[in-house]
Design a protein around this ligand. Structure first.
Ligand SMILES: C[S@@+](CC[C@H](N)C(=O)[O-])C[C@H]1O[C@@H](n2cnc3c(N)ncnc32)[C@H](O)[C@@H]1O
Length: 367
């Protein structure tokens, strides 16, 4: 007796896979011939390359970083160096995660064209040789369609799924169960990455990561406008405060608001039980948006950091950032308690303020 014959759909899927594998072999052979040691040295330097172009050709072609003849344009070289750097920075934490979890679950929030998503998938599959499931989410449905094609092209579609949704509306348990046929794993995701998710989308991503108890968060924020908008309003209203000279200067407002938003995010993340390292993740020649908030969950909550958040927020003009509004009810309650402590005469806000006369200013500082 013979086994069941494959269906037409199965035959089509097998043919597609074979075609892709042939394509991957061809581009790999071209890259092998093109990227001689001399060329790698001349164009990409001596730096430790996480994605040698002669080894990762199908991925680099799927990402549009090498051309059909396997060469790289100057802008391709810049982007290549950027993502090479990013993986290098995150490698040790992902490998540590993979040692503990048999299958590492990762969410890329605001994945865009999927550079980072694909890169991580490639590293799990070919460099770290560990099992992973990676979900990329973006509000742009067209981009998501293109991401799916790229994942297929790079032969990484086994471990990658994509979903078109805004981050704050994402029903992660349902989407995960549907995408990977895996119901309510614990934790839902081990790691959340968000590379240049626009404005408050970074806050939505951080809130989601905290909510699902992600062990690792790697977020490189982008174009923060929320706090700068608030400062422009304060300037228009002729408000006064320590940051007044910055409120009225658009360039300083944008620059300082971006840095202060990251400082406020850092304090909130710490309050929610994360050890946070804000760091430069690529040289500013690659992109000026080069701050990475790397956060590792230590558990519990740390109210003193919520107090520091309140103190800094008040000094900056009193406006909350989006993350403060979107953290879970428990953390929100802890933040409100910190606000009450700060508002009492014995609270930390007043103790910071009363330090000013000790420094010889001669005047009191009101809360
Ligand atoms: C600057 S791109 C960065 C894309 C990608 N992470 C990268 O670094 O190449 C920002 C992406 O975030 C997406 N985005 C912005 N706000 C979002 C939201 N609230 N929910 C989901 N995606 C969002 C945009 O559609 C866009 O693709």
């Amino acid at each position: 007796m013979t086994g069941a014959r494959p269906s037409a759909a199965q035959r089509r899927s097998t043919t597609r896979r074979e075609t892709r594998e042939r394509w991957a072999e061809e581009i790999s052979a071209r890259a092998e011939a093109y990227w001689t040691a001399e060329r790698i040295h001349g164009q990409l330097g001596d730096k430790d390359l996480m994605l040698p172009p002669n080894e990762a050709a199908p991925l680099l072609r799927a990402l549009g970083l090498i051309k059909a003849d396997a060469s790289m344009s100057p802008s391709g070289v810049r982007k290549y160096m950027q993502i090479n750097h990013m993986v290098k920075l995150l490698e040790s934490v992902f490998v540590a995660l993979a040692r503990r979890a048999p299958v590492v679950r990762v969410l890329d929030a605001g994945c865009g064209s999927s550079h980072l998503t694909l890169l991580l998938a490639w590293c799990f599959e070919h460099r770290w040789r560990r099992s992973a499931r990676i979900l990329g989410v973006d509000r742009n449905a067209q981009i998501i369609e293109r991401c799916r094609e790229r994942a297929e092209m790079a032969l990484l579609d086994d471990l990658l799924r994509y979903e078109a949704s805004t981050i704050d509306e994402l029903d992660l348990p349902a989407v995960w169960a549907d995408a990977f046929d895996e119901k309510s794993p614990e934790p839902l995701v081990h790691a959340l990455v968000a590379l240049h998710a626009c404005d408050t989308a970074t806050d939505d991503a951080l809130a989601l990561a905290i909510d699902v108890g992600a062990e690792l968060i790697a977020a490189a924020p982008c174009c923060q406008a929320e706090l700068a908008r608030r400062w422009a309003e304060l300037d228009n209203a002729d408000a006064s405060g320590p940051f007044e000279p910055i409120w009225g200067a658009p360039h300083l407002r944008r620059e300082v608001a971006a840095t202060m938003t990251d400082a406020l995010r850092t304090l909130l993340l710490r309050g929610c039980g994360y050890a946070v390292t804000p760091m430069e993740f690529v040289p500013s020649t690659h992109t000026p948006k080069n701050t990475l908030l790397r956060a590792v969950r230590v558990g519990g909550s740390a109210p003193e950091h919520f107090e520091r958040y309140v103190v800094l927020r008040e000094a900056l003009g009193g406006a909350d950032i989006a993350l403060a509004r979107s953290i879970s009810a428990d953390h929100r309650r802890a933040l409100e308690e910190a606000e009450r402590r700060c508002a009492s005469p014995q609270g930390p806000y007043f103790s910071v303020a009363t330090k000013v006369p000790d420094q010889g200013s001669g005047g009191g500082v009101s809360a």
